[in-house]
Design a protein around this ligand. Structure first.
Ligand code: NAG
Length: 104
């Protein structure tokens, strides 16, 4: 949701951090506001997110009210990607019967 930007001493840079939705499609912020190093340092200062969870910045805020997660699932279908269950089988994993079977 929020990306801090840190200098080489792990202090917040003069540009401060930014919200994910404010940084999306704004490469000028990457290039002209301290470069990628400060953002990568900021990433390293954040705890790891639980796997398989999309932030609300992605699911609710990125394109107005459109959920990017569902868009990407539909994109996969449009390109003929097999469903998740087929990939599980390919990897030798069990075939889930309910959502509870795939909760981590
Ligand atoms: C900055 O933070 C990183 C990640 O926690 C750490 O590895 C590094 O030693 C820190 N650098 C300084 C100058 O404190």
């Amino acid at each position: 949701e929020f990306y801090p930007r840190l200098d080489q001493f792990n202090r917040t840079t003069q540009f401060g951090g930014f919200n994910f939705v404010d940084g999306t499609l704004h490469s000028d912020r990457l290039i002209f506001q301290g470069g990628p190093d400060s953002i990568i340092r900021g990433f390293m200062s954040l705890p790891v997110k639980r796997p398989q969870r999309l932030t609300t910045a992605i699911t609710e805020n990125m394109f107005g009210s459109t959920d990017l997660g569902t868009i990407n699932i539909q994109r996969g279908r449009d390109h003929g990607l097999p469903p998740y269950i087929k990939f599980r089988r390919l990897c030798g994993l069990s075939t889930p019967r309910t959502f509870d079977d795939v909760i981590f």
